[in-house]
Design a protein. Structure first.
Length: 230
């Protein structure tokens, strides 16, 4: 599948405030190796063979810097930078509104996960079809999981069927639009599609897709980036 005419659009959500990160600027504009965090995922989506075009969802008043950043890194696939909403689902809704009806597949990605491998994009996009509404990267839990009551362990949870999920998440455009039509909220898009009765498939995720939540996560991502650069 070639990027041009692939019918795959990406929505890159970067509109969060980054409360837990605690900087004065939005988390997507935190400094990662001398560039805004957002630059990393933007560049990787731009370079992807699986993505035809993309929409950046920016924090209020950061639309212009987002467009300038896209121009700076030569991200010609960026169709628009729109203003995000109060919740992640609202931000996805705002981005999806810019995706044309002809797009068959929408990939939603968190700017907070800068290290986006091309093969994960391939797995989520090619994971669709056969009646699946969505395909999401997942990793089995490596650690032992406890349910707690305050600081006391209530029980050890059987982890065999438990996974953590990441982004990018790919959806049939119409399934995602239907799921977002209501007022539902969830911490990821797959949760919204599940709640609307959609079938979500798990594909193999990647440990490098860590989500930057705190400054320590950003330090870790910077280490991974430097290691990859040799
Ligand atoms: N996001 C968004 N719009 C929102 C909330 C979140 O576009 N209203 C995006 C973030 O920019 C991020 C992704 O969704 O790329 C995952 O959200 P999270 O890591 O929780 O980021 P923040 O909401 O910014 O962080 P916090 O919850 O600590 O405030
Ligand atoms: Mg958040």
């Amino acid at each position: 599948m070639r990027a041009s005419g692939s019918g795959v659009w990406a929505v890159l959500v970067a509109a969060g405030r980054g409360e837990r990160f605690g900087d004065d600027r939005p988390k997507a504009f935190a400094n990662l190796g001398g560039r805004p965090l957002l630059a990393e995922s933007l560049e990787r989506l731009e370079a992807s063979d699986w993505v035809e075009a993309l929409v950046v969802v920016a924090p209020p008043e950061w639309e212009e810097p987002s467009i300038l950043l896209a121009e700076e890194i030569g991200a010609g696939k960026v169709h628009a930078a729109v203003t995000g909403g109060a919740t992640r689902a609202d931000s996805v809704r705002a981005g999806l509104a810019e995706v044309p009806d002809e797009a068959a597949v929408v990939v939603v990605h968190d700017a907070a996960r800068p290290l986006l491998p091309e093969d994960v994009l391939e797995r989520v996009v090619t994971g669709l079809g056969d009646g699946w509404d969505g395909a999401v990267p997942a990793l089995p839990l490596a650690d032992t999981v406890k349910r707690a009551d305050g600081d006391a362990v209530a029980e050890t949870v059987d982890r065999t069927a438990l996974y953590v999920t990441q982004t990018p998440q790919a959806f049939l455009a119409e399934s995602l639009r239907r799921a977002l039509a209501g007022e539902r909220e969830a911490t990821d898009c797959a949760g919204l599609v599940e709640a609307a009765g959609g079938r979500i498939r798990l594909v193999e995720g990647d440990r490098r897709l860590v989500k930057v939540t705190t400054p320590a996560d950003l330090d870790f991502v910077e280490l991974l980036l430097r290691a990859a650069a040799g």
